[in-house]
Design a protein around this ligand. Structure first.
Ligand SMILES: [Zn+2]
Length: 440
């Protein structure tokens, strides 16, 4: 057992000082505050927070950062650039890129990531000799980066949907498809697993399956988290309504796919009845505020969803930004802009979205500094140029990813004094990105 003593911590009961906590194996033991350090305690200088869960990530989108801002473009032109990157990835260069991206997440205090993974096959959809080679590359990348992974294995069978019907897969999208719902479920059954890797299931969106295919998903779902992109763009709603006569939320409900094990990603363009349906079923809704801003998706109805009964989680999605403080603030600030009112979420609600709700949505029992929980925690510098003067309970409004100094996953240090155990993460990123550029 290891014992730690921290100047300050955010506990489930709120901000506390002089906090002593135990870690036994990979979980927290006793947690107490207002105690002096004892001989043998590891001293932690700073503010301790629970580790962050990044509930929605596409690791390879990191290769688009800083390269899509020229010209105006749209969500759909951004998507074309994303497909161009996807076409160049193989298990080796994806491992190198994902390891660097997951290490960037760890540096930012993320201790768990939900990787929404659809790049399954080789050129023109040919399976690799090892059908889960790309999944294994991601699992090994996360292991080396020291971050827990829920690999959300995505069913992606159609190229899109417009108001006149389904669109066939294009040449790049063929790499995403298993050909049928049954083949997807069969391959997913052999998904990599390990102490820090779990499987989740996903349907890309209602653009990526027919209704007949979607109807077969529930009977094939293993008892794991289920994720799906939902109503990110008005065009998606229009196409689903035109083809299926229901909103995307109604379609998922009709097929029994809403519920406490489901996470709907974005949920940006919902009707009042959709909000009520999602809340009643206790479906988690994952907001990705920095991506939703970057792609001009719109402002989702976060407060209304939370009031209706939905747990909220947060994701870095397109990796335009990897900073959970920015996501927490984005959730609140977008609500302020839309409602013309401040304080739409309490600090504890924002922290829960970044921690325990995210852990739950990815199938892990962590996200809090409490006895029995996974010992994943983050230390923030309370005296940086950004945080100096902030109260412990309000540091989430002032800190950035750059203020994270230490990160522990299962009680093991992954980041110390701002340095990842793999060394220079910026070098890893530069090398992975330039290798990818050269593969054109
Ligand atoms: Zn996404």
């Amino acid at each position: 057992m290891t014992t730690y003593w921290a100047e300050q911590a955010l506990l489930p009961t709120g901000a506390a000082k002089s906090v002593r906590f135990e870690v036994q194996d990979d979980r927290f033991g006793a947690v107490s505050s207002d105690l002096d350090p004892q001989p043998g305690d590891q001293l932690v200088a700073g503010l301790v927070l629970p580790g962050f869960a990044n509930s929605h990530s596409h690791a390879f989108h990191r290769a688009l950062r800083g390269r899509t801002q020229a010209g105006s473009g749209s969500f759909w032109t951004w998507r074309e650039r994303m497909y161009a990157i996807a076409s160049r990835l193989d298990p080796d260069n994806y491992f190198a890129l994902a390891r660097a991206v997951f290490a960037e997440m760890a540096l930012a205090g993320m201790t768990l990531v939900g990787e929404f993974h659809y790049l399954h096959h080789g050129d023109r959809g040919r399976p690799y000799a090892e059908p889960n080679a790309m999944s294994s590359a991601l699992a090994e990348a996360a292991r080396q980066a020291g971050i827990r992974l829920t690999l959300l294995d995505v069913c992606y069978l159609r190229g899109g949907l417009d108001t006149t019907g389904p669109v066939p897969l294009n040449a790049v999208q063929e790499r995403f498809s298993d050909g049928s719902v049954e083949a997807w479920a069969e391959r997913m059954a052999d998904s990599p697993s390990g102490p820090s890797v779990r499987t989740g299931a996903a349907v890309h969106s209602l653009r990526a399956v027919s209704e007949q295919e979607l109807a077969r998903v529930p009977s094939l779902l293993p008892p794991v988290p289920f994720h799906v992109h939902l109503s990110e763009q008005p065009a998606e709603n229009d196409a689903v309504l035109a083809n299926w006569g229901r909103t995307p939320t109604q379609v998922l409900d009709h097929h029994g796919l809403l519920g406490a094990g489901t996470t709907a990603i974005h949920g940006t363009h919902l009707t009042a009845a959709d909000v009520e349906r999602l809340g009643r079923s206790q479906t988690t809704v994952c907001f990705c505020p920095t991506t939703e801003c970057d792609l001009a998706d719109g402002i989702g109805r976060a407060r209304a969803l939370a009031d209706a009964g939905c747990p909220l989680s947060l994701g870095s999605d397109s990796q335009a930004v990897i900073d959970m403080f920015a996501e927490m603030r984005g959730l609140e600030m977008n609500e302020r802009l839309a409602s013309l009112r401040r304080g739409r979420f309490a600090p504890g609600e924002l922290l829960a979205a970044a921690t325990e709700s995210g852990y739950a949505s990815l199938g892990w029992d962590g996200g809090g500094i409490a006895p029995g929980a996974l010992a994943d925690f983050v230390v923030v510098d309370p005296g940086s140029v950004r945080t100096a003067g902030s109260g412990a309970d309000q540091a989430i409004y002032t800190a950035t990813a750059a203020d994270v100094t230490e990160v522990a996953v299962g009680g093991e240090w992954v980041v110390r004094a701002g340095q990842h155990r793999l060394g220079s993460v910026s070098s890893l990123l530069r090398e992975a990105l330039s290798d990818l550029d050269e593969s054109t």
